[in-house]
Write a new protein. Structure first.
Length: 521
């Protein structure tokens, strides 16, 4: 099913278009956003202005046309704080239906919080211990205490950026008096909530939606020269946001626009947003902030999808978010299940038996597991240069639960599981840190040999025993038949292993139970 989701917010209107496949794999087809500032006068005058409603209807008409071009079968739309609080909010909903044919549901703040939690739960691996999720919108702020077990507490408070700017900030930069009044207001509203949150001893804050993501981009660029392709699952120290806030409150609009990473359309709203975030963050004493690019609209997709039986079955079979995401990408690319699983098993066995060479741990082993399952998905595009297509598909596969650097590692291991070695001239290689390059070299070396040992795709090789002596690495192969084809292929692919580990690789096997061992070096 092709589904369109519309999130009609106080500051902007967002749309996401997805294809929910029969196995409930969710493919994002398109996204769109427009700053319409519906709530620009709502919180001062109590109603939506005629001009704001006109901007809103015009944007929704454009979004509907885009959805139709994409073959969207169903559109679900929700409106939040500005429409919820305006005396003419119902009139606006009727106008939308009349002008666009879109039926809009006005949701409560608690429902916003629930949908935000669903988005985070399905895209960020939450720990067993509670974290606090914060979404700073234009009209309201949603705060959720949650863990992998579920939601513990949730609130929606009237502290959105557009609301706070209209109520408290006139100067540019804001005066000390204005900031003090705003700080006092935050204390009065938030302290009863923060007292309850502190009882959970949370150390991590997950931040979603535009304001926090923009603050995250700015905080990241304070210490890094190049911006990230994706902010999703990016982890930043809490002090990065505090340092950024100290700079923001002293700057006027002309100075702020020069700060790297600032979205110009948020110039006048970034200070109240920063104040809310740093106040919550510092008062509960979190150590780090995890950025989440998914919010209400993605939460609505995740809310819709479980109504399909196949989604429930998939989540039951594969409860781990990261593994489920990898398998969904693999299935979408029609991967060769038996070959991928067999190669992965051999690679993981070799990883375990060569620990004293590579000295890597569970995190790298997990990445090798995922890379093994995905290593041949490039065949979905073309047999020729399939390793390069594998890199592209992994890099652009929207893998949930992974940091950007982890996706880059997986994509590079897929890229180098055959053919050429990593080279300085390769753009994808140059983006890796020295530490991650080492990880890719080791995992690729192991995967190349493992892939060779299933050259026939018939799972001939049943077991590989590794013996490390001096300058040699001997691989004793146990097979259910004659593995000469597999050994021939592995011989051709052992080169990276020998280079990385400075070991001569020797393959040994017995052609038949009573026969002499054959040795290849």
């Amino acid at each position: 099913m092709k589904l369109g989701i519309l999130d009609i917010g106080t500051n902007s209107i967002h749309m996401i278009l997805v294809n929910i496949k029969q196995d409930l794999n969710i493919e994002v087809l398109d996204r769109a956003k427009e700053f319409v500032r519906l709530g620009e006068q709502t919180f001062l005058e109590g109603k939506l202005s005629d001009s704001a409603m006109e901007r809103g209807v015009a944007a929704l008409n454009r979004f509907k046309k885009l959805a139709e071009l994409r073959g969207i079968q169903k559109i679900k739309a929700v409106a939040t704080s500005a429409v919820r609080e305006a005396v003419n909010g119902g009139d606006f909903v009727d106008l939308i239906a009349q002008k666009t044919g879109i039926k809009v549901k006005v949701i409560t703040g608690q429902e916003e919080a629930r949908l935000i939690y669903l988005a985070v739960k399905n895209s960020i691996p939450l720990a067993e211990t509670p974290s606090v999720i914060v979404d700073i919108g234009g009209g309201s702020v949603e705060i959720v205490v949650a863990s992998a077990k579920g939601v513990h507490l949730a609130w929606s408070v009237k502290l959105g950026t557009l609301r706070l700017k209209g109520q408290f900030i006139r100067g540019d930069p804001p005066s000390k008096k204005e900031l003090h009044r705003l700080q006092t207001h935050l204390e009065n509203v938030l302290e009863p909530i923060l007292e309850k949150i502190r009882s959970y001893s949370v150390k991590t804050l997950v931040g979603t939606s535009g304001t926090i993501l923009n603050l995250g981009a700015m905080a990241y660029l304070q210490e890094n020269s190049a911006s990230l392709d994706r902010l999703h699952n990016c982890r930043l120290k809490a002090k990065n946001f505090t340092e950024l806030h100290e700079r923001l409150v002293k700057s006027d609009s002309k100075a702020r626009i020069k700060i790297r990473g600032l979205d110009p359309q948020r110039n006048d709203l970034i200070i109240p947003g920063s104040l809310v975030l740093t106040y919550i963050m510092n008062k509960i004493g979190v150590d780090e902030v995890i950025l989440c690019e998914e919010a209400i609209r993605e939460g609505m997709v995740y809310d819709y999808a479980p109504k399909h039986r196949h989604k429930i079955e998939l989540e039951s079979e594969v409860p781990d978010l990261r593994m489920r995401s990898v398998l969904q990408l693999a299935k979408k690319c029609d991967y060769r299940v038996e070959h991928a699983q067999h190669v992965t098993g051999i690679a993981l066995s070799m990883f375990d038996q060569t620990r004293r060479l590579h000295r890597m741990g569970p995190a790298e082993r997990e990445l090798l597991h995922y890379a093994g399952l995905l290593h041949d998905i490039g065949y979905h595009i073309s047999y020729k240069k399939h390793h390069r297509h594998t890199y592209y598909l992994i890099k652009n596969g929207d893998l949930n639960g992974f940091e950007e650097r982890e996706v880059e590692i997986l994509a590079n291991v897929g890229r180098y599981h055959c053919r050429s070695f990593p080279k300085k001239s390769h753009e994808n290689w140059s983006r890796l840190s020295p530490h991650d390059r080492k990880t890719v070299r080791v995992l690729s070396a192991l995967l190349r040999v493992a892939d060779g040992l299933d050259r026939s795709h018939f799972s001939v090789v049943k077991e590989v025993r590794c013996r490390l002596n001096g300058k040699t690495a001997k691989f004793q192969i146990r097979a259910k038949g004659d593995p000469e084809l597999e050994v021939w292929a592995a011989e051709k692919k052992k080169d990276l292993f020998e280079k990385v580990f400075d070991k001569q690789v020797i393959f040994m096997f017995s052609p038949r139970p009573s026969g002499r061992k054959k040795q290849y070096a």
